[in-house]
Design a protein. Structure first.
Length: 380
């Protein structure tokens, strides 16, 4: 199985012409009776060896983390006697980088590349955050209590997230794994969230703090969504790595937006009234229209849990107590399958009804018409 990016690489290397690559894409689209634009292709598994290497890598990281933590315990490099040790995170990050040099740079394996990127960034955050915490503990000691302690810990978290963001940037410059940009964006969001938490610690009530953090997450989610749309706009035919980058950015932004909106509206307490249930459904329909317009399903998947709970409670209100879960699954499953079957037709009707200026910013309706640019980064 060949990815879109590998076809572009073959064109760039002169192995095939751009016309041949586009003809192949058009043929595959005709075989599937669907535009390739609407398929949301991204590389996850290139073969079972991806799973094999990913499982082996996960076992190795577990072992290195355990050994690193034990070494930290023995040397005293742990927080508060039994907390996380920077040695564990450092060993995981170093091994992840070394593995990526072979499995990502040379073998170009999809799933292991994602795993090793996540291990590198999380390991870096673990090592840096625990190291900063150890330094803060050594310098401040007993003052790490109360509101002051909360502020210091939030700032330590922000510094750890900043180090993770730098690590993601370095990894991107070296390996160009598409999920890296989304991981870096989440790290930057973590920096901002931690700074906001540090600024508010002790100054507002817990309830107010929760609402402010939810609003912050919503704003950051919208910012990541806008960033994702920039990557999407740079590849409207969705045939290069830029589309993969946008996919992961949308996947990161969707839960931040959806969870914040539904929580701020009080719709996730698990006890939805009929009115709240109708509101959840209305919001889900609105999200569905947005997902159709931008041709990304992440919004629908992120909001799925909320609409399932709301519908289940509504069926219970109407007396279908024993079958409420089954009826909910039947309605939602059938609706989503129907939408998937007619996704392209529904999207065509929706997009053609939008203003021309807005249509120009959305993914193409009919796929490749010309040879795509090879650059993996969006146009300015």
């Amino acid at each position: 199985m060949y990815s879109q990016q590998e076809l572009d690489d073959a064109v760039a290397a002169g192995a095939i012409t751009s016309q041949s690559a586009n003809a192949l894409r058009a043929f595959v689209a005709s075989q599937r009776s669907s535009s390739l634009v609407d398929e949301e292709h991204f590389r996850l598994i290139t073969g079972f060896n991806d799973i094999f290497v990913a499982v082996a890598g996960g076992i190795l990281f577990f072992a290195l983390g355990w050994i690193g933590q034990w070494l930290g315990d023995q040397s005293g490099l742990v927080l508060e006697g039994n907390g996380p040790s920077p040695l564990a995170g450092g060993m995981i990050a170093a091994s992840a980088w070394g593995l990526a040099l072979y499995f990502t740079a040379k073998r170009r394996m999809a799933l292991p590349s994602i795993l090793f990127l996540l291990a590198f960034v999380i390991g870096t955050f673990w090592a840096a955050g625990s190291a900063y915490a150890l330094i803060a503990d050594a310098m401040l000691g007993d003052r790490l209590t109360g509101n002051t302690g909360e502020r210091i810990l939030a700032l330590v978290g922000a510094l750890g997230a900043a180090t993770a963001a730098v690590a993601a940037f370095i990894h991107w410059k070296r390996f160009r794994v598409p999920i890296t940009v989304a991981v870096g964006a989440v790290a930057v969001a973590g920096i901002i969230g931690m700074i906001v938490a540090a600024a508010l610690a002790g100054n507002v009530s817990d309830a107010a703090m929760m609402n402010i953090m939810l609003v912050t997450a919503l704003v950051l989610g919208i910012a990541i969504f806008a960033f994702a749309m920039k990557w999407d706009a740079s590849d409207p035919a969705r045939v290069t790595r830029r589309s993969d980058v946008a996919f992961w950015l949308h996947l990161a932004a969707a839960p931040m937006i959806v969870h914040s909106v539904f929580t701020l509206l009080g719709l996730n307490d698990g006890n939805a009234t009929v009115g709240e249930g109708l509101l959840v459904i209305a919001l889900y329909v609105a999200l569905g229209l947005a997902a159709l317009a931008i041709d990304r399903r992440a919004l629908l998947v992120s909001a799925l849990a909320y609409v399932l709970i709301a519908l289940s409670e509504m069926f219970k209100e109407f007396g279908a107590v024993e079958l409420n879960i089954a009826l909910t699954a039947l309605v939602i499953g059938s609706a989503l399958l129907l939408l998937s079957a007619f996704w392209h037709q529904a999207r065509t009707k929706l997009v053609t009804a939008l203003p021309a200026g807005m249509q120009a910013r959305l993914p193409d309706l009919h796929g490749v018409t010309a040879a795509p640019a090879i650059s993996p980064e969006p146009a300015a």
